[in-house]
Ligand binder design. Structure first.
Ligand SMILES: Cc1ncc(COP(=O)(O)O)c(C=O)c1O
Length: 389
């Protein structure tokens, strides 16, 4: 979170605790290879290029960009996306919404169900300080949010989530979506703002034609649901969906008003291999590792294990080094198989690893080191890291 810095007459930063100052001060100006490891790096030029590329696309279509916070979990990056034209942000969790709203962002969609009295109380408190919107797919949940909002004189906008083939959350289109929208319309202190459908089962299909067909089929379900409601007198102002893999498919459908893409800003090896996506966006995220052991000519061990690199989408690989392949991760170790024994990587040497899943990798780290031309320009706390509640 960006903080105001107050300097006293000795240029000592009195606005932040010593602990906070030590968090950033020693690193600024260092070359990235001087950083201790494991360290999460953002190439700032690449991240800024990704923000510009996405903003340029959304200046050409009806839909607007509401980028997902779950990827970077860091308010300053949301502010950059909004400065480039995004209309607000999408969050998966209340904890993410709290982090960005406390950092001054007002227009927030929680694209997820907020269930249970404790969470609803937090949602209502946020609604007093923001223009919050939440996904719903259940009548009791609508009633519970409405009652809590009425008691606090708050207002909560709601998107009815429709199952468009991912079979995660969401009511079925047609009558079930209409019934929930009508319930919202007659409930106090909540407002029916539109429909949401996430075509998550299509976003990472590497083949462009297959992805295009699957995403269009899914979004058509949402478009049909909109027409069903409208024919029965229920206006549907917002139509929200989409991810990085479908930004220019879902984003090009005239009925869609908002796209929730998140990963594009940092990218990873998985989206990098998706045809039609990898070419548009730069890989801005990496994890800096140190070689801690070379016990055999064909084996290198680095200090980046499962606690700093996610592997559910595959084992991450080093960037810009040939003749080595990461073959396994244990808690604190990454194992590299050396196929070319002339590779001169020895204990103390550093290398960068490209994550295979940016969102879950970021969640393992406390801070980013923002790098430009190899030099640390900024250190950002990952404010919503671990905010799973
Ligand atoms: C509801 C929702 N919207 C949008 C996204 C888009 O994310 P990405 O940009 O990583 O494809 C996700 C990803 O999990 C999601 O769950």
């Amino acid at each position: 979170m960006k903080k105001v810095v107050n300097l006293d007459e000795n240029h000592k930063d009195v606005g932040r605790s010593a602990q906070e100052q030590s968090f950033t001060m020693p690193f600024i100006g260092m070359h990235k290879t001087e950083l201790d490891t494991p360290a999460l790096l953002i190439d700032l030029d690449k991240m800024e290029a990704n923000i510009r590329t996405m903003a340029a696309y959304f200046s050409t279509v009806n839909a607007q960009l509401r980028p997902h916070v779950k990827t970077h979990k860091t308010p300053i990056i949301s502010h950059k996306q909004i400065a480039a034209g995004a209309i607000g942000v999408t969050c998966a969790k209340l904890g993410e919404a709290e982090a960005v709203i406390h950092a001054g962002i007002r227009d927030v969609l929680i694209a997820n169900q907020i269930v249970g009295a404790q969470k609803i109380a937090r949602l209502i408190n946020l609604a007093k300080h923001s223009e919050i919107m939440v996904a719903v797919d259940n009548a009791q949940n609508v009633q519970a949010i409405s009652e809590a909002a009425s008691a606090k004189d708050a207002n909560v906008r709601m998107l009815v989530e429709v199952n468009i083939g991912m079979d995660r959350c969401g009511v079925e289109p047609g009558e079930p979506a209409l019934e929930l929208a009508e319930l919202i319309r007659k409930s106090p202190n909540v407002e029916f703002a539109g429909l949401m459908g996430y075509e998550g089962h299509t976003v990472a299909k590497p083949d462009k034609a297959a992805r295009n067909a699957a995403a269009r089929e899914a979004i058509q379900i949402l478009v049909d649901a909109k027409h069903y409601l409208e024919k029965r007198g229920v206006a549907v102002p917002i139509m929200s969906g989409g991810g990085t893999g479908t930004f220019n498919i879902t984003g090009s459908i005239p009925e869609m008003t908002e796209v929730q893409a998140g990963s594009y800003v940092l990218m990873d090896a998985t989206y990098g291999n998706v045809e039609g996506i990898g070419e548009h966006f730069e890989r801005a995220l990496s994890v800096l590792a140190t070689v801690v052991s070379r016990p055999a000519p064909d084996r290198i061990i680095v200090d980046t294990g499962l606690k700093v690199l996610a592997k559910e989408f595959g084992i991450p690989q080093p960037v810009g080094v040939t003749g080595v392949e990461m073959t396994g991760l244990s808690e604190e170790h990454g194992k590299l198989l050396v196929s070319d024994e002339t590779v001169s990587l020895n204990p103390g040497d550093k290398l960068e690893i490209l994550p295979t899943h940016c969102c879950t990798t970021v969640n393992l780290h406390d801070r980013y080191y923002g790098i430009r031309n190899g030099i640390v320009e900024s250190v950002w706390e990952i404010a919503a890291r671990g905010k799973a509640q």
